[in-house]
Ligand binder design. Structure first.
Ligand code: PFF
Length: 445
């Protein structure tokens, strides 16, 4: 491991900023609302929050502890803690997941660039939701236009990774995230006050538990892993950069609350508007790209807000992609003793192969399917519904049963400096509830 190649987060704020930058992204604003819309509204929200509390919090804490204790990348950290076991394979699985996620995430990120462009050229003005929907289909099915945006997006992200992750991530998260927060709240207020908007709030907050079935449960769990960047070594990698004085429990609490808040606020901005404008809440991946432009059209100074919103959304997406790139780049540079620059370039080029497959899923390759799924849906489902939960299951087994309890306690309590009131609750969750819960959901009971 070459020390000078590794970034180090300077302050407490920097850790929260980087981890929150990873967690808050398209998962909150694009994926959460459309999954919720497709899987029954409020009932999905209830399940989601349950999974965040029971699985998300203990697994995030474990990932940070594994990374900071192992002081290495997602693979190396397992090996440092347990040199003889095969647990490092969890890290390898994480690297594979990172590739697959970047494959489809880069495409949706590219869409945000197109929407910045459309907002700048005032293309939403005067359009109803039907023509916005038609516009989205026309754009996303285009053979190369979305790809050009995805390439540009990946190039900028790789550039930031090369130019200095610390500066890039810290700055963008500290200043731009609060701004994104404010815009989403403003959008939420406008959306709720649209005629008929209240119906959207009922859909969002009044649970109909008869809508729950095994696929709703699996999707809510998958969304929790995806949104919190868990089960694939991302928080292990970031944990290895965390200073020994940082209070891991606080960082976990802050990141989780922030991430959940952004997701819920995004849903508050989207569903009342969708109901008011007659957009089907179960529309799918295009939901946010149809609904919000319609809201902007109804806001005073709408064009300005639209430009700002899509810029901030692309920044949120970028800090997430950077964390995904970091999983792979840290692994390859540290395990194979290679230089950061060529590795970053090579990884980015490799990701673009997956991006091409994902992007074409909306156009010329929309009928090319594996297990009945397009490449885009396959990469999305394989990661959030299989690889990440499986990774989370194995990570909880590792933290709960393989890593010595004393090592775990020392890491989380900063060598005994902090009082850990809830350590036994955490231990119970990570040993029993998390692994059994994930297993039951994955096996469909
Ligand atoms: N958590 C990110 C989001 O919600 O957009 C997506 C993500 C980033 C997943 C990093 C996994 C990861 F390692």
């Amino acid at each position: 491991m070459s020390k000078e190649n590794r970034i180090n987060f300077s302050s407490k704020m920097a850790v929260v900023a980087a981890a929150a930058g990873s967690a808050v992204g398209l998962g909150n604003i694009w994926r959460f609302p459309y999954e919720l819309g497709q899987y029954g509204g409020a009932a999905f929200l209830v399940l989601y929050i349950l999974f965040v509390i029971l699985l998300g919090i203990p697994i995030m804490l474990s990932e940070f502890a594994i990374g900071r204790s192992g002081q290495s990348d997602a693979v190396g950290s397992f090996r440092k803690i347990d040199p003889r076991g095969k647990w490092w394979l969890i890290g390898v699985m994480g690297v594979i997941s990172a590739f697959l996620i970047m494959g489809f995430y880069s495409v949706v990120s590219g869409w945000t660039f197109e929407y910045i462009y459309q907002a700048l050229t005032n293309q939403f003005a005067g359009k109803d939701s039907a023509s916005l929907a038609a516009g989205f289909t026309e754009f996303s099915s285009h053979p190369y236009r979305p790809l050009l945006w995805a390439v540009l997006f990946m190039a900028i992200s790789a550039g930031i990774v090369l130019l200095g992750v610390k500066e890039g991530i810290e700055k963008s998260t500290k200043f731009l995230m609060p701004l994104l927060f404010i815009i989403i709240i403003a959008l939420g207020i406008r959306s709720v006050t649209l005629p008929g908007g209240i119906e959207g709030l009922t859909f969002l907050f009044h649970p109909d538990f008869s809508k729950i079935n095994s696929s709703v449960i699996l999707s809510a769990m998958g969304q929790a892993f995806f949104s919190l960047s868990l089960g694939m070594g991302c928080m292990i990698t970031y944990g290895s950069y965390v200073n020994k004085k940082n209070k891991l429990t606080h960082t976990v609490a802050e990141v989780t609350v922030l991430d959940t808040l952004v997701a819920v606020l995004a849903a508050v901005a989207i569903f009342p508007a969708a109901f008011s404008l007659g957009v089907n809440p179960g529309q799918g991946p295009e939901l946010v790209f149809i609904t919000l432009p319609s809201v902007f059209a109804q806001l005073p100074g709408g064009q300005f807000w639209a430009v700002l919103f899509f810029i901030l959304l692309s920044v949120a997406a970028m800090t997430s992609i950077i964390s995904l790139l970091e999983v792979v780049v840290a692994y390859v540079t540290e395990e194979f003793k290679l230089k950061r620059e060529p590795v970053t370039v090579a990884v980015t080029l490799a990701v673009l192969v997956f991006s091409v497959m994902s992007s074409l899923s909306f156009g010329v390759w929309k009928d090319v399917t594996i297990f009945g799924l397009t490449f885009f849906d396959l990469f999305d489902n394989a990661t959030s519904k299989v690889l990440m939960p499986l990774g989370g299951l194995l990570i909880s087994l590792f933290a709960g049963w393989v890593m010595p309890v004393e090592t775990l306690r020392r890491e989380i309590s900063n060598a005994g400096e902090l009082k850990l009131k809830l350590f036994n609750v955490y231990l119970f969750l990570i040993r029993y509830i998390a692994p059994l819960g994930i297993l039951l959901v994955m096996l469909n009971f």
